[in-house]
Design a protein around this ligand. Structure first.
Ligand code: XIL
Length: 299
């Protein structure tokens, strides 16, 4: 196969990119996205501060622009994200516990309901753990306690029963304290019938990332009975060092049958969120990098 999407499809997987409405007017951006990728995650457009800037007033239009283009190309769409302590609308921070709980459940019901049947997977909860494997002490945790995560998953299942429901986080690129905290939560959810289907590994990496237990970590989650997905891959660096890290991540996903797809966090270095870094597969002129070939050859 000659594109990332087609190569991934040979093993039933997708290869996606985060896309921003800010660049949809740039032909090279759209052309590279639609030629090479068969999946998409809206980079910011489904986040709380964009979709519900005021209580119970929803703004779906920006993400809908991405969703409609993606659907016209038959792409897989990942929803990102329903419950996260960042990029949260300011009004949410002022709520007391009872109001916060009802606002969270309403947000999930309205947002997941709006795209019901259209997204393959939702990042229901994002970045809820600390590096040491305990729950991150931020808005939802502080006011609602541990139960908010399973409440969010149950609400998402009701709103869009066909979507895979994922927990998503970063610095989970091996067997470590953080990934083990998440592993224990997923194991608990599976044992109690809380609806969780997948775990997303953001994988914001660099050329010197140690990936010694990357595949084993994916596999231990898969063995709990959930799918795994690489959700926000980017690798700081350049040349062969960067290409090798991309190759290792791709190899790990291919080796784990429940690893269903890879998403890179952008198309071109020109628009990466890691400013000053060059972490993506296409350079600032949309040229294919060494990392691109490494991934294509490995898929
Ligand atoms: C980033 C976006 O890429 C930026 O445009 C935005 O300013 C901040 O958020 N983890 C996540 C993503 O789950 O949503 C973040 O995306 C990157 C880190």
């Amino acid at each position: 196969a000659s594109t990332l999407g087609a190569a991934a499809a040979q093993t039933g997987r997708y290869f996606g990119a985060a896309i921003s409405t800010a660049h949809l007017g740039e032909a090279a951006y759209v052309n590279t996205w639609t030629a090479e990728f068969n999946g998409v995650t809206p980079e910011n457009e489904m986040k709380w501060d964009t979709v519900e800037p005021s209580r119970n007033q929803f703004n779906f239009a920006p993400a809908d622009r991405i969703v409609s283009q993606a659907k016209s190309k038959g792409m897989k769409i990942r929803g990102h994200t329903l419950v996260w302590y960042q990029q949260l609308a300011p009004w949410v921070g002022g709520l007391d516990a009872n109001n916060l709980r009802s606002a969270m459940l309403n947000h999930i019901s309205q947002v997941a309901g709006h795209w019901k049947g259209q997204v393959i997977a939702w990042d229901v909860v994002n970045e809820a753990f600390e590096e040491n494997g305990t729950r991150r002490q931020a808005t939802f945790q502080q006011k609602l306690g541990d139960g908010y995560i399973e409440d969010a998953f149950r609400a998402a299942r009701t709103a869009d029963p066909g979507a895979k429901l994922c927990y998503n986080d970063y610095n989970t690129d091996g067997i470590n304290a953080k990934s083990t905290g998440i592993y224990n939560m997923v194991r608990d959810f599976k044992s109690r019938g809380v609806p969780i289907d997948c775990v997303g590994f953001q994988s914001h990496l660099s050329s010197n990332s140690n990936l010694g237990s990357y595949q084993a970590n994916l596999q231990r989650f898969a063995d709990l009975g959930v799918d795994v997905q690489i959700t926000e891959l980017d690798v700081g660096g350049s040349g062969s060092g960067q290409a090798n890290v991309y190759r290792q991540v791709t190899q790990a996903c291919i080796a784990v049958s429940r690893c269903t797809g890879i998403t890179v966090w952008g198309v071109t270095d020109k628009y990466s969120w890691r400013s000053g870094d060059t972490p993506l597969l296409f350079d600032g002129n949309y040229g294919k990098k060494q990392a691109y070939s490494a991934v294509l050859d490995t898929l």
